[in-house]
Ligand binder design. Structure first.
Ligand code: PRP
Length: 180
């Protein structure tokens, strides 16, 4: 893929993310304090950094599993098609589940995944997303907990990529094209 030059401006600092995760974990703890073992399901690949920080801040017994769904290719536009590329390893029937997303954009991914997981008859199921872009929504889905609600900016970092790059930035950045 030919690369158009771009720069990344910091939008949400690593410190702000860490502080917000602490708050979110307090709320998650309240919700699941009576659960014997919570299954935390990360949606690959974007959530891998968020889930790592989240589970280390959670003072609860957890099991971690992953599911990979894809709604984008390497483009910036979201398509309506959601494919399951990798399913969970474990069973969730009767178990309490927390689904972890990096970003809810059109909402197709979260809607598809929650519908699929509900069909497996879990106990309590809740959803959390680090970022939410409500102005892009094409479905009626909403995560139970949101880290930050953001405008329709092209964001990268903290697990989120642009053409598979920049996932390793410790902060959320905004991509800007100086030649635009
Ligand atoms: C991105 C992102 C979310 C989803 C949000 O995943 O990580 O999972 O799209 O979009 P939606 O709300 O419009 O469905 P992507 O398919 O790019 O895969 P990745 O996580 O591997 O980067």
């Amino acid at each position: 893929m030919s690369e158009r030059p771009y720069v990344i401006d910091e939008m949400i600092s690593a410190k702000a993310i860490a502080a917000r995760i602490e708050e979110l974990c307090n709320a998650i703890h309240e919700e699941f304090r009576d659960t014997d073992k919570l299954i935390v399901v990360g949606l690959l690949r974007g959530s891998f950094v968020f889930i790592a920080d989240l589970v280390r801040e959670l003072d609860l017994p957890v099991e971690v599993d992953f599911l990979e769904a894809s709604s984008y290719g390497d483009s910036m536009e979201s398509s309506r098609e959601v494919r399951i590329l990798k399913d969970l390893r474990g069973q969730i029937e009767g178990r309490d589940v927390l689904v972890v997303e990096d970003i809810v954009d059109t909402g197709h991914t979260l809607k598809h995944v929650t519908r699929l997981l509900k069909s497996r008859k879990p106990g309590r199921m809740r959803t959390i997303a680090l970022l939410d872009k409500p102005s892009r929504r094409e479905t009626d889905v909403a995560a139970d907990w949101i880290g930050f609600s953001i405008p329709d900016e092209f964001v990268v970092g903290y697990g989120i990529d642009y053409a598979q790059r920049n996932r390793n930035l410790p902060y959320i950045g905004k991509v800007r094209f100086p030649d635009a």
